[in-house]
Ligand binder design. Sequence first.
Ligand code: GUN
Length: 286
Amino acid sequence: MSARVIDGKAIAAAVRERVRGEVAEHVAAGAPVPTLATVIVGDDPASEIYVANKHRACEEAGMGSIHHGPAASTSEAELLELVADLGADDGVDGILVQLPVPDQISPDAIVAAIDPAKDVDGLTPLNAGLLAHGTPGLVPCTPAGVFEILRHEGVELEGAEAVVVGRSKLVGVPVARLLLGANATVTICHSRTRDLAATCARADVLVAAVGVPGLLGAEAIKPGAVVIDVGTNRTEDGLRGDVDFEAATEVAWAITPVPGGVGPMTIAMLLVNTLQAARARSGSPA
Ligand code: GUN
């Protein structure tokens, strides 16, 4: 058997096209152009590429975007002041502080200072708490992208065994919470999990978000499973996921490739969140 390879690029393109239409309607109704503000502290080359792609996506969707690039030596107090200024700026609907930030700055302190109504990363304690309560506000982009893929593929989540590998605040925990909200039976695995492969092999839906290239092989996949690989690991052989793709395709029913699976969804969902924040701020219906 060879698994269906899920085309994340095509799903993301459809989401972006839908957002483009909705932005046009929003603006035609007299609302301001939804605008994203990004911040990179210092000059991390990977962050520069990610954020440039986010700006291009905003432009293609008919949204505005602005960028701040304070120096790597910026203090936590200075960054907090910038985040507060963006929160108070009526022309800004979404705020994204690209992580990681330099060592002298606490990422948790910065994230907590973002206006929750503009928190298009969905990482503030308020939005994380709303998700934990099952009444989501702004949902983190990558988990929202995973969920959109599952929805697009028509994957039955009600009563399904779902296993999430990784417990990060950015991906693992929010993905698990979304799956629980869809009535899946959810297990979260992490570095202390005793028998990782055996636990994963129970999964009808397996989400890998752990950052170890090729960690999950055929023995970790249940025949007929849907495998969502969030891993984006730079290796000598190029970008690789957390799942051994060749081995897994022999066992799974459907699988996301790396690259071209979850990756393109993250930016698409950032646009969805920015429009959602702009709508809420302008008082128009979601
Ligand atoms: N760095 C890597 N991924 C992300 C993300 O989704 N949001 C932010 N703010 N920083 C990141």
